[in-house]
Design a protein around this ligand. Structure first.
Ligand code: PLP
Length: 392
């Protein structure tokens, strides 16, 4: 029984395309402008933060966050999970900070508090936490450590739009938080990302850094005056206040965002329902089902083999079955599993540190998978998928 289950159905709808076509009919200016600002305001309201800056990808949001930290510290260590997306690590490396990898928990795929405690030292500048595949990775203990050691908390929420911790959305706890609107995520602007903060000062620096570090991007008059007074010999239109990039998006992508955000909450509700139905019907003998699903919001179904089935024979059989049933899958879950095994870390003089043996990350690396979970998925199909998985 082939069921042809894709990782993601096209989540850009004809209504989204219509909104873009209607916009284009007016022959508007298409570079970063009023629609981008409108999307930023709407996103801030949806999330519950003061400021949001629309960028061209979640990875650009990652890069900007750590580049902001570079304006604060010359060097230092940043604690990252060993199970995360590659740009969470490369953004640290490009800014000459040392990534310190910690293991994750199986129940929420997020950083182990035990390892974070071991990793903190006088050079630690930030905890760069990833909320993986819709699970909340925050805890009171992590927030306490951030406060106690006066660290920055950066939340990568690229995979977890709408998930919460203590009734507040993820992405509202860190000084900076990052979102991705890549095609496969909870909502899409084709490509795109958002970087969010409650700090006016951080927002101004990030907005400038998004556009070459240009002072004229800032909306803060006092800040502009300060630089203009100090650098009187420079043309005030071309003062590059910070080492920046061009990470801007366009009005077209913002129109997609403005249209997609309208159905985000409803789609998230459907995804949450799908995920709990999937977990309920999965064979608990074979697959791990003790996830911390409270307040999670997953765009994927997660499958991790139980210890008895953690062998290459079962893995091959499992993959063969999924392929023959046309169920698209990714092994290693987010980012393909254990980041510390990836060649980019060894290709240059990159320095990094690993805390402990990364036991859970390695289990997920070898025996963890995800398959698609999207709003249009029918209950019948979820039952069928579970039946196939349980019969392996
Ligand atoms: C946890 C996480 N962070 C960052 C990113 C990067 O987002 P983007 O693909 O928009 O660059 C991804 C991408 O899927 C991700 O899963």
């Amino acid at each position: 029984m082939k069921i042809n289950h894709k990782l993601m159905e096209n989540n850009i709808t004809s209504l989204d395309n219509k909104a873009v076509i209607n916009f284009l009919k007016r022959n508007p200016k298409l570079t970063n402008g009023k629609k981008v600002e409108e999307f930023e305001r709407k996103w801030s309201k949806w999330l519950g933060v003061k400021f949001s800056i629309f960028v061209n990808s979640g990875s650009s949001a990652n890069l900007l966050s750590i580049s902001y930290l570079k304006t604060k510290y010359k060097y230092g260590e940043i604690i990252v999970p060993s199970l995360t997306w590659v740009s969470d690590v490369t953004s640290v490396i490009y800014n000459n900070f040392k990534p310190v990898f910690v293991d994750v928990n199986l129940n929420n795929l997020a950083m182990s508090i035990c390892d974070i405690k071991k990793a903190i030292n006088k050079n630690t500048r930030a905890i760069f936490l990833s909320h993986i595949l819709g699970f909340n990775g925050l805890s009171d203990e992590i927030l306490k450590l951030v406060k106690k050691y006066n660290l920055y908390l950066i939340e990568d929420v690229c995979e977890s739009h709408g998930a919460t911790f203590k009734n507040k959305k993820l992405g509202t706890y860190g000084q900076i938080s990052n979102f991705s609107f890549y095609y496969a995520h909870h909502m899409s602007t084709i490509e795109g990302g958002m970087i969010c903060t409650n700090s006016r000062n951080i927002c101004e620096v990030l907005r400038m850094m998004r556009s070459h570090g240009m002072l004229r991007e800032s909306k803060l008059l006092s800040l502009k005056k300060k630089f203009q007074r100090k650098f009187k010999n420079l043309n005030k239109d071309f003062i590059f206040a910070y080492p920046g990039y061009n990470l801007r998006s366009t009005e077209i992508n913002a129109i997609y965002g403005l249209n997609q955000i309208k159905s985000l909450n409803l789609n998230n509700k459907k995804r949450i329902k799908n995920f709990s139905l999937f977990i309920k019907n999965l064979d608990k003998e074979k697959y791990f089902t003790d996830f911390d699903m409270k307040n999670s919001c997953n765009y994927a179904f997660i499958i991790i083999f139980k210890e008895k089935y953690q062998n290459l024979y079962f893995r091959k059989k499992f993959e063969r079955n999924l392929i023959s049933n046309q169920i698209e899958f990714r092994r290693g879950t987010s980012g393909g599993g254990n980041q510390t095994l990836q060649p980019y870390l060894y290709s240059s003089n990159t320095k990094f540190k690993v805390i402990g043996k990364l036991k859970n990350t390695n289990i997920i690396h070898k025996y963890g998978y995800y398959i698609g979970n999207y709003p249009s998925l029918k209950r019948k199909k979820i039952f069928k998928i579970c039946k196939i998985l349980n019969n392996i």
